[in-house]
Design a protein. Structure first.
Length: 323
């Protein structure tokens, strides 16, 4: 006989199957494939299966923020500098037209070749990058523009210089500003969503995640070094972290999964952008009818409830999410 915890999990999985995972996307084949992957949660994904998501999330040819900006936004103007110290190329910010509406954009940018990756620090931002992002958030709120963020980073840069410039404080202030914005905000994890560097621009009204992306408090390698003092245990760490989209959805960390082309987003940038664009437009439409105060109230309640656990009938459960 299954225990109460197992019955509760199966009930949640059943509800997940009825969720509009592909909001705005009308591809039955993609839905069927996602549902088959979702069913494997009940069986328990192997270490190798979970590691494949990590590899796909990090694929060198995966679309980055500027690839999506080029395909989804018109008249995009990039904004540079934090108005205090410097410009950080690891974070791209700007203003463009999305679906006929002026929209603010913030996103990590890793870089394609060795030169660009070095310039953009592999998408690992300094405090200057997060201050630039906050400047863009404030501009968006001042004009009543919605905000879309693209998350793709191993984490904020952990170097000495970044710490000297106030890395922890910059990440905290970015989250605090996102929490009090009175405009619609949508975040999408498009590759790696790593640690504080990711959540710094992902505290949004709707958090989406591409099918083969990953979202975790730490990289599998970092987790393995802490727990086993051996980076070679990265697959075991990934299995414990469960950073894939399906597990993140089951844990209520994200709101919806965005489908990708067959084989992954790196196989067809245009199709990946089309699928992502449909879900983003739908999310902004859903948020359009709410007042700024209502958006702020729901956003704060939702994120304050994450990670809070209690005991009910002897079973430890997560707090219900505020929607």
């Amino acid at each position: 006989m299954p225990g109460e915890a197992e019955l509760r999990l199966r009930e949640r999985l059943s509800r997940l199957r009825s969720l509009p995972l592909l909001r705005g996307a009308r591809l039955s084949g993609e839905l069927e494939r996602l549902q088959r992957q979702l069913e494997r949660i009940e069986e328990g994904a192997t270490d190798e299966e979970l590691w494949k998501f990590v590899e796909l999330a990090r694929h060198d040819d995966r679309p980055y923020t500027l690839d999506y900006v080029e395909r989804l936004f018109e008249d995009f103007v990039e904004l540079h500098g934090d108005r205090a110290r410097a410009d950080d190329p690891a974070l791209v910010t700007g203003i463009g037209s999305f679906g006929g509406r002026t929209t603010a954009v913030i996103g990590h940018q890793k870089g394609r070749d060795a030169g660009e990756r070095a310039k953009r620090n592999f998408g690992m931002a300094y405090p200057e990058g997060y201050r630039k992002a906050m400047r863009t958030m404030e501009i968006a709120e001042r004009h009543g523009w919605p905000l879309i963020t693209f998350v793709d980073t191993p984490g904020a840069y952990p170097g000495v210089a970044a710490e000297q410039h106030g890395q922890g404080g910059a990440i905290a202030r970015s989250q605090a500003l996102l929490a009090r914005l009175a405009i619609p905000t949508v975040a999408c994890i498009i590759g790696e969503g790593g640690s504080g560097g990711a959540i710094a621009i992902a505290l949004a009204d709707r958090v989406l995640m591409q099918q083969n992306a990953m979202y975790s408090v730490i990289s599998p390698e970092g987790c393995a070094m802490i727990l086993w003092r051996d980076g070679a245990e990265k697959m075991k760490a990934a299995a414990a972290l469960k950073p894939d989209a399906l597990h993140c959805l089951e844990l209520d960390v994200i709101d919806a999964i965005v489908p990708e082309p067959e084989g992954g987003a790196h196989t067809d940038h245009d199709e990946a952008a089309r699928l992502l664009g449909e879900v983003l437009r739908n999310a902004l439409e859903e948020l359009g009818g709410a007042s700024g105060e209502e958006l702020r109230r729901r956003r704060r309640a939702r994120f304050r409830s994450l990670g809070i656990y209690g005991t009910r009938n002897g079973v430890t459960t997560a707090a219900p999410q505020a929607r």
